[in-house]
Design a protein around this ligand. Structure first.
Ligand SMILES: NC(=O)C1=CN([C@@H]2O[C@H](COP(=O)(O)OP(=O)(O)OC[C@H]3O[C@@H](n4cnc5c(N)ncnc54)[C@H](O)[C@@H]3O)[C@@H](O)[C@H]2O)C=CC1
Ligand SMILES: O=C(CO)COP(=O)(O)O
Length: 319
């Protein structure tokens, strides 16, 4: 049986799709939320208008983990450690698949590194790539990356987590898969800000392309392979997130560009990841101009015009 931790939009969507293969337990920490979902067969708080199939059991009781042979963890990256500090021992020895896209503030760690710190004999893996929760839940076709350091377990996870509407590609480059997914959210905030401020599609294309170069520079410095970054988890997700108003990171940037307020309850992974990235980039001697302006915009220390001037007035160089 597969257990999915975190009844947010993505955990719920994955549960719905995986239920086409067999039984799934979807765990939420809030018992009231669980009761609501059981009563309505819907996660109205996070993924409204999609029915939960019978094969999904919703629970706030983590004893269900004993029966699970694969555990997907779908809480925001900045909340992963808090969950594992309390419940990590229950996952010992199991394949634990991180479904969150981000880098931890204060440590710069990737989700699978946080898992390894808290789960004994962990077999950490990563599920990432271009996909909006609503698309997955509605059965629309998607292609994602399953990254696992163990070729053997990666193959098993690929087989078990492929569903009629999720086609999984496999890699052992966990670093590349994680960093591509984390960093594209930072670039999506920059693109949203450009569009929100009316700077136009040409500016967006420039930010996507130079943002991709920035993403590759960071990921390669940490040992990722260039071909992973050119794949679904890097380039693929960058394209989706920077061009769609379905993306929360993009919409957050758009609200900054337009000078509008944004609901602070919405998960925006790129804001914290930009800070985490800047913390480690300084030590690694990496110059990350787009990440720097995103931090300035998010902290409200820069307006979009100043941010664009900072980018445009940098010394000229080869592409
Ligand atoms: N929504 C989407 O379309 C996609 C989201 N993702 C990734 O999935 C991750 C989760 O995002 P969403 O599900 O969309 O967010 P969400 O905001 O819809 O839900 C987050 C869930 O995590 C739970 N949570 C927070 N802290 C927790 C803790 N300490 N213990 C247990 N549960 C906790 C919350 O109660 C909430 O149900 C993010 O890293 C995101 O980047 C990836 C692909 C698509
Ligand atoms: O990761 C995603 C798409 O692949 C979801 O993006 P947002 O978190 O910006 O909504």
């Amino acid at each position: 049986m597969i257990a999915v931790i975190g009844a947010g939009a993505f955990g719920t969507a994955l549960s719905i799709s995986l239920a086409r293969n067999g039984p799934v337990v979807l765990w939420a920490r809030d018992a009231e939320h669980v009761e609501e979902m059981q009563a309505t067969q819907e996660n109205a708080r996070r993924l409204p208008d999609v029915a939960l199939p019978q094969a999904v059991t919703v629970s706030s009781d983590l004893t269900c983990l004993a029966e699970a042979d694969i555990v997907l963890v779908s809480v925001p990256a900045q909340k992963l450690r808090a969950f594992l500090e309390t419940h990590g021992p229950k996952l010992a020895g199991k394949p634990v698949v991180a479904c969150c896209k981000g880098m931890e503030r204060g440590t710069g760690l990737r989700p699978t590194q946080v898992i390894s710190e808290h789960v004994a004999d962990a077999v950490p893996a990563m599920l990432t790539g271009p996909s909006f929760a609503h698309d997955i839940a509605r059965g629309l076709p998607t292609a994602l990356t399953l990254a696992c350091g163990s070729e053997r377990i990666g193959e098993q996870l690929q087989a078990r987590l492929t569903t009629p509407n999720i086609r999984l590609y496999r890699t052992t480059d966990v670093i590349g898969a994680e960093l591509g997914g984390a960093l594209k959210n930072v670039i999506a905030i920059a693109c949203g800000a450009a569009i929100g401020a009316g700077l136009g599609e040409s500016a967006r294309a420039a930010l996507m392309t130079r943002g991709f170069a920035e993403l590759v520079k960071v990921a390669e410095a940490y040992g990722a392979k260039a071909e992973t970054l050119a794949g679904l988890s890097g380039f693929g997700d960058l394209v989706l997130t920077c061009t769609s108003a379905q993306s929360r990171n993009f919409r957050f940037g758009q609200s900054i560009g337009a000078g509008e307020t944004f609901d602070s309850g919405v998960t925006v992974e790129g804001a914290a990841t930009a800070e985490a990235l800047a913390e480690i980039a300084q030590d690694a001697g990496l110059d990350l101009p787009i990440t720097r302006v995103v931090i300035g915009l998010v902290r409200d220390e820069l307006n979009v015009r100043e941010a664009m001037d900072m980018l445009l007035q940098r010394p000229l160089k080869e592409e």
